[in-house]
Design a binder for this molecule. Structure first.
Ligand SMILES: [Zn+2]
Length: 306
């Protein structure tokens, strides 16, 4: 092509128009606290949303390092999606406050607590302040709920509703993307359940109390935890008692989220003659786990020893 003045003018006009178009079609800026919620936001939001995650899937979501880049992302967000049930209490509230973004403060439409869509399990009947004082980091119930399909479906429906309220022009997109996601989820759910059927009734010990929803979904029986209480590091006496209990109960599987140090979990598993599984619990736990579907595939493969 011969570059003429006319070509340059035409190109410049095209770029200008494209730029204006992009501005008119500004995407909904969604910030998620963890990568699993970032992926569910993408699944439901399609090309109308621009999603970032504040933490990486290989990090412990209870403790994320506060960085200026996270405050900046929150400052620009139209919506904040978080796990809730106090999972992020140690790091997210100060960042939201520092963001000075009125749209994402508690009570605003852009503040999306994903736990409001699910039925929390392990809700203690002790006042939360009392439990928190004892070091229990699950004082409102168990926040590790995002893996079972039933909960992913509930969160996706909540996100579609809230995105539509924040971006009414996208209602048709959110509805269509949610329908596509739910169809894929229902198909995968059947596959996952039949793949995991041999695990039903398996007695397990987990490092942190982060596998209870998965255990109930797949019919695993939780016998104990390496942490004496959620968030309390293992002690020698608790570990010794746990190993005895595991031998008596025939526990053959120890599950630890892959971000936990494996030393104590390995010690417990070896002494009780059980298999240790360092299982991914979030999108991004490994580079291959790019979506919610990849995550559940990887969890079931890990539990089965694949
Ligand atoms: Zn936890």
């Amino acid at each position: 092509m011969r570059i003429t003045f006319k070509t340059i003018v035409t190109l410049a006009a095209t770029v200008l128009v494209a730029g204006l178009g992009a501005r008119a079609e500004a995407k909904l800026r969604v910030v998620a606290s963890i990568e699993a919620l970032a992926d569910l936001s993408k699944q439901v939001g399609g090309d109308r949303v621009d999603v970032t995650s504040l933490s990486r899937g290989y990090q412990d979501p209870h403790f994320v390092e506060a960085k200026p880049s996270l405050v900046l992302a929150l400052n620009r967000a139209d919506a904040l999606v978080y796990v809730g049930l106090d999972l992020e209490i140690g790091w997210l509230p100060p960042l939201v406050q520092q963001s000075r973004n009125a749209r994402i403060q508690r009570g605003q439409p852009g503040n999306i607590d994903a736990s409001s869509s699910i039925k929390p399990e392990d809700v203690p009947n002790v006042p939360s302040d009392q439990l928190r004082a004892l070091g229990d980091i699950h004082p409102l119930g168990n926040p590790h709920y995002w893996i079972p399909p039933r909960n992913a479906r509930a969160v996706a429906r909540l996100l579609a509703d809230r995105f539509a309220a924040l971006d009414p022009g996208g209602v048709a997109t959110y509805k269509a993307e949610l329908a596509r996601f739910e169809a894929q989820l229902s198909a995968k759910e059947k596959q996952w359940e039949s793949a995991a059927a041999p695990l039903r009734g398996t007695r397990v010990v987990t490092y942190h109390k982060s596998w209870s929803y998965v255990a109930r979904w797949l019919g695993l029986e939780e016998i104990g935890y390496v942490e004496p209480k959620p968030g309390i590091p293992p002690t020698a006496s608790h570990t010794a008692q746990l190993i005895e209990l595991m031998k008596k109960s025939g526990v053959k599987l120890v599950i630890a989220d892959s971000f936990y140090p494996s030393t104590t979990a390995r010690f417990v598993a070896d002494n009780a003659h059980a298999r240790l599984v360092a299982a991914p619990s979030n999108v991004g736990a490994t580079p291959a786990i790019k979506t919610y579907f990849d995550l559940v595939d990887a969890v079931i493969a890990a539990l089965k020893g694949g």
